[in-house]
Unconditional design. Structure first.
Lengths: 299, 303
């Protein structure tokens, strides 16, 4: 099977990267690359498949150990119907969309101005401000939620959507600012100088030169901020208590799980429909998302 | 810079501060102030609906003697260390696999990241169902293969529950590690590998002496973030076990929530959260400086 090692050339197996991959025999490639890769994919995707299968399975099939559990024999929409008409799920979905969109727009607005000021205006002390933005990005929500709950309470925002809209930017602004600083840095200063000489104001430069050139960065930051808000859990769990204000992740976890009998079908339907919007959005903007992820780490 | 720009100097500083106002306002009110308040609350006996009095180190003394808190600390460290090491190894392996010439490479890369982008609370719900004591699909499959003879109680026994939650955390974290390391791998020029293989380096030697040293700086950053996320994890545990059975999966974050919010002892909860900070800093130091130093020793840049 392994004939490459026996060849007389000075280049035996090269399995690491591009370059000389053509020298590696196909059977070897199958064992070292395709088999592990498909194992990874199966494990990584199985929970999603399982959500989908469970969503459409009737209860008698769900609670039976007979037959093939990996397939649905008599698909049903009963769980979906229950979720949409007997629970507050549509409300949670609407709340999640509203909160995520508003928090994202608000964060982008603040971040664009901040990143432009730090990276392009280079005002006195901007270096320190940039550093503290990065440090703010490292503060995890799980050490912040208790004091933040008291702040939210004092501002009489408890149990409102506004509480989440205003607290999500605490992790969105540092992230977006950091990401946008990287994009702004790559725009040549000469463009700005030319515009200044032609009499453009800073505001015009930002709107007509810098922002159009940083559109990919804005999309990355926007997509990332939207998914982060959509997925947020601990603040939404702590700052909101009424069903009609909850977001999807919190609603599914706190309201659909009640009592001893778990309604697995509608639970999985809730998980599936709560995951689909971000998955679909992500699928349209994969490149932007990945560049946002890697850009934020690389800086 | 042109003289025109330098003439705008004063204007520039004022404008810069003006542009900082929206972000600064949000961050000071909802981040900096709560951060300080949290530290202060840790030294008070505040309860929900009652402002606390300063009690000095009382909370910390109590927590130090509290068996549950100690267990939570052990769990958090165990969870972070085991999950981070496995996430790193699997993530690096997956990144190396994805870095090869494959058909549909972009497609593979896109779907690999799915576990990372969907809400963790919702995928944790799916894991909860996968780990169900009576209808677990894993138990069903293992039974069919004849490996086990009765259904595994994944979340009902302390050590089972620990490893089950770690497995779910790994499932979620591997894509992040893999995709970010893949970005690092793609910056390594293929000519290094050509040169190494012409010198007769084996694939392992190439990995050990070309890939790893060049990748170390990005590994340091990626693992720092990974450790940070894992150490402060909340939602996965909250959804899967709420800290049980017998507090065996309680992490610092879930314990802080239980005591501070559910139990109403804001002071005690804040003290637990504050107690995470030194451990968090230590974990970051170890993963960041530990790896950075190796990069420096191997001739990398000392960033």
């Amino acid at each position: 099977m392994n004939s490459t090692a026996a060849t007389a050339t000075a280049t035996p197996e090269v399995t690491d990267t591009q370059g000389m991959n053509y020298l590696v025999s196909l059977p070897r490639r199958i064992v070292t690359v395709y088999v592990p890769l498909f194992a990874f994919l199966i494990v990584l995707l199985f929970p999603f498949y399982w959500m989908a299968v469970t969503t459409f399975k009737p209860n008698e099939e769900l609670l039976s150990r007979e037959g093939n559990p990996f397939w649905v024999r008599n698909p049903t929409l009963a769980h979906v119907k229950k979720l949409l008409f007997d629970t507050a799920y549509p409300d949670w979905l609407w709340n999640t969309v509203l909160i995520s969109v508003v928090a994202t727009v608000l964060s982008l607005f603040c971040s664009v101005l901040a990143a432009y000021a730090i990276e392009r205006l280079r005002f006195k002390g901007s270096r320190y401000v940039g550093m503290s933005i990065f440090l703010a990005y490292l503060v995890p929500p799980s050490i912040l939620f208790i004091p933040l709950a008291t702040v939210v309470y004092k501002l009489q925002l408890f149990d409102t959507r506004l509480a989440l809209i205003l607290t999500y930017p605490t992790f969105l602004i540092p992230f977006c600012t950091w990401l946008l600083m990287g994009y702004f840095k790559s725009i040549p200063f000469e463009l700005e100088e030319c515009a200044l000489i032609d009499g453009a104001s800073r505001w015009q430069i930002l709107m007509k030169i810098v922002l159009p050139l940083a559109v990919p960065g804005l999309i990355s930051a926007g997509i990332f901020a939207f998914t982060l808000s959509w997925n947020e859990f601990i603040y939404a769990l702590t700052f909101v208590s009424s069903s009609e204000v909850k977001t999807v992740p919190v609603g599914v976890v706190t309201e659909l799980v009640e009592g001893d009998v778990y309604h697995w079908g509608s639970l999985m339907a809730g998980a599936l429909f709560g995951s689909l919007p971000v998955a679909v959005l992500y699928s349209f903007f994969v490149e932007y998302y990945v560049s946002g992820l890697t850009g934020a780490v690389k800086e | 810079m042109s003289t025109f720009v330098s003439r705008l100097q004063d204007n520039r500083h004022a404008l810069g501060l003006l542009f900082m106002i929206p972000a600064a306002l949000v961050l000071v009110v909802f981040l900096t102030y709560p951060l300080g308040l949290g530290t202060w609350l840790g030294f008070t006996d505040a309860k929900i609906g009652r402002p606390g009095e300063f009690v000095g180190l009382e909370n910390f003394e109590y927590l130090w003697g509290d068996a549950v808190t100690r267990l939570a600390l052990f769990n958090t460290i165990f969870y972070t260390v085991v999950a981070s090491v496995i996430k790193f190894l699997l993530g690096l392996w997956l990144a190396l696999l994805l870095n090869k010439h494959l058909p549909f490479k972009a497609f593979f890369r896109a779907i690999v990241l799915l576990p990372f982008i969907v809400p963790t609370a919702l995928s944790a719900i799916a894991f909860w169902w996968i780990y169900d004591s009576q209808f677990s699909i894993i138990s069903w499959a293992l039974m069919r293969m004849g490996i086990i003879h009765e259904y595994i109680d994944f979340l009902g026994q302390p050590w089972h529950a620990r490893f089950a939650t770690i497995a779910a955390n790994i499932w979620r974290g591997v894509p992040f590690v893999a995709i970010t390391l893949l970005a690092g791998l793609q910056t390594i020029s293929p000519s290094y590998y050509e040169a190494a293989s012409l010198d007769g380096a084996s694939p392992w030697q190439q990995f050990r002496h070309v890939t790893l040293p060049l990748l170390t700086p990005i590994i340091a950053v990626v693992m720092t973030f990974s450790v940070l996320f894992t150490f402060t994890d909340f939602q996965l545990i909250y959804v899967l076990t709420r800290g049980g059975p017998l507090n065996s999966t309680h992490l610092m974050a879930t314990l802080a929530f239980q005591r501070g919010i559910s139990g109403g002892s804001l002071g005690e909860g804040a003290a637990i959260a504050t107690a995470m900070v030194p451990f968090l800093l230590a974990a970051i130091m170890v993963s960041y400086y530990g790896l950075q130093r190796r990069a420096w020793q191997q001739g990398g840049t000392d960033k």
